[in-house]
Design a protein around this ligand. Structure first.
Ligand SMILES: Cc1cc2nc3c(=O)[nH]c(=O)nc-3n(C[C@H](O)[C@H](O)[C@H](O)COP(=O)(O)OP(=O)(O)OC[C@H]3O[C@@H](n4cnc5c(N)ncnc54)[C@H](O)[C@@H]3O)c2cc1C
Length: 398
């Protein structure tokens, strides 16, 4: 058995940000990260990649170069947790114990829940920005699209990371089609299992104007359940207000899929999970509700905020500070207010920056109405935020 004072599960956005902050606060702390991947991805860049506006190579870097100096990198996968004995087990059968545990393994993409999708994803004009491998293919599909054809964009009924991403790529595609003389000839269909465009009225109203402008047909309560890539047919389960369901088949020429998502299986089957499978933490202190030396943040935590990297920028300082206070035996003081943001790209050079808290109250950074599409916010997304991620967030400086 090996031991580390602070053990972090997952070296993605959340895990690295917390490790960096802990080491900045005290360089002598014994911190280890368990992370199987040699690559670190900037996932928010994949929307622009799919729109042909950002090179995919700029969204990936070596994990090694972002493990904060002095932090032990355990290149392995966690398979189970034994929080009663302050230990966990990895896939190489190594037991590791800790004083404090930070759980940040992200969300699980359940591609397999859509029948036929795995066989056809990345070909037959079936694509998804939710994967490094297929995000560049999205732009190929957009470029190959012709007047008179049908493009379908989907969104599942589950929680997803970046709830705006299923729509952002649709608006980029719509703008691209217009700029290539397909104003009324491109049929764009947003088939979503949701019941509205966005949960906050201010931004939902702004998005409705965008949908109207592009003449997008929105079909609510439509859950994608199967894809036949060769025949170019997508099957949806439709549910009405009385919960009656039936199936609808739609022909497409291009299909952008947002896969159903869930807590990772090794989390849902662990003693750390709530009834839905997410890590069960206090939504303000991010401390586990049962095991006081366990904290969680990022997409795997059950905090009811939008699952985004922007939320992690506010959560990471809270987790780091509360662990440092716990080490000193003091009360937890740092509090997360549910902040999240969604940079809604609504066309090339146009972005609505939604920012809000747990109460779904807009918490806008800039002194202007952020629900209006702006070029400056597009510049922020395209140039500033990637720089900020690699140079500030992952260094614990955000
Ligand atoms: C297309 C797309 C667009 C997005 N756009 C935005 C945006 O505009 N703005 C925004 O703020 N956010 C956006 N996001 C969301 C953002 O990328 C995520 O919310 C963020 O990456 C979550 O961070 P995380 O650390 O929780 O998970 P991740 O960054 O996914 O990291 C999880 C890490 O845990 C590791 N791991 C998994 N299982 C194990 C295991 N068993 N043991 C050990 N390690 C494990 C993984 O290898 C991974 O490195 C977008 C995401 C996508 C896909």
């Amino acid at each position: 058995m090996t031991y580390h004072t602070i053990l972090i599960v997952g070296g993605g956005n959340a895990g690295i940000a917390v490790a960096a902050r802990l080491k900045l606060a005290n360089k002598d702390l014994d911190v280890a990260i368990i992370e199987p991947s040699e690559k670190h991805y900037y996932q928010p860049g994949w929307t622009l990649v799919g729109g042909g506006s950002f090179p995919i190579q700029k969204t990936v870097r070596s994990q090694q170069s972002y493990i904060p100096s002095g932090v032990h990198w355990i290149k392995d996968k966690v398979v189970s947790f034994q929080p009663e004995s302050n230990s966990l087990l990895t896939s190489s059968n190594t037991e590791i114990s800790y004083d404090f545990l930070v759980v940040a393994p992200g969300i699980q993409l359940n591609w397999h829940l859509i029948k036929g999708l795995k066989e056809t994803l990345g070909k037959n004009n079936v694509t998804s920005n939710y994967s490094f491998e297929t995000a560049p293919y999205t732009f190929q599909c957009i470029r190959n699209f012709k007047a008179g054809q049908v493009a379908i964009f989907t969104s599942p009924s589950t929680v997803v990371k970046c709830a705006g991403a299923p729509q952002k790529i649709m608006y980029l595609a719509a703008d691209y089609f217009r700029k290539h003389s397909m104003k009324e000839d491109a049929k764009i269909d947003f088939s979503t299992a949701g019941k509205k465009l966005f949960s906050i009225p201010k931004y939902a109203d702004a998005l409705q104007k965008v949908v109207d402008k592009y003449m997008i047909e929105v079909n609510y309560r439509h859950e994608l359940i199967a894809v036949d890539g060769e025949r170019k047919v997508a099957t949806f389960r439709v549910t009405d207000e009385t919960e009656t369901t039936w199936e609808v088949k739609k022909k497409f020429d291009m299909l952008h899929v947002t896969p159903p998502q869930s807590a990772p299986d090794f989390i849902s089957s662990s003693p750390l999970a709530d009834t839905q499978g997410w890590v069960d933490v206090d939504k303000h202190t991010l401390q586990h509700k049962k095991f006081v030396n366990v904290f969680a943040l990022g997409d795997a935590a059950n905090t009811p905020n939008a699952k985004t990297g922007s939320a992690i920028s506010k959560q990471a300082p809270v987790v780091a500070q509360n662990i440092l206070l716990s080490i000193k035996g003091e009360h937890l003081k740092a509090v997360y207010d549910g902040y999240g943001s969604c940079p809604f790209i609504v066309g090339y050079g146009k972005l609505i920056l939604a920012e809000f808290n747990y109460e779904n109250i807009p918490k806008e950074t800039f002194p202007f109405d952020q629900s209006k599409p702006r070029w400056t916010m597009w510049m922020l997304k395209k140039y500033f935020l990637p720089w900020y991620y690699w140079n500030r967030v992952l260094k614990g400086l955000s």
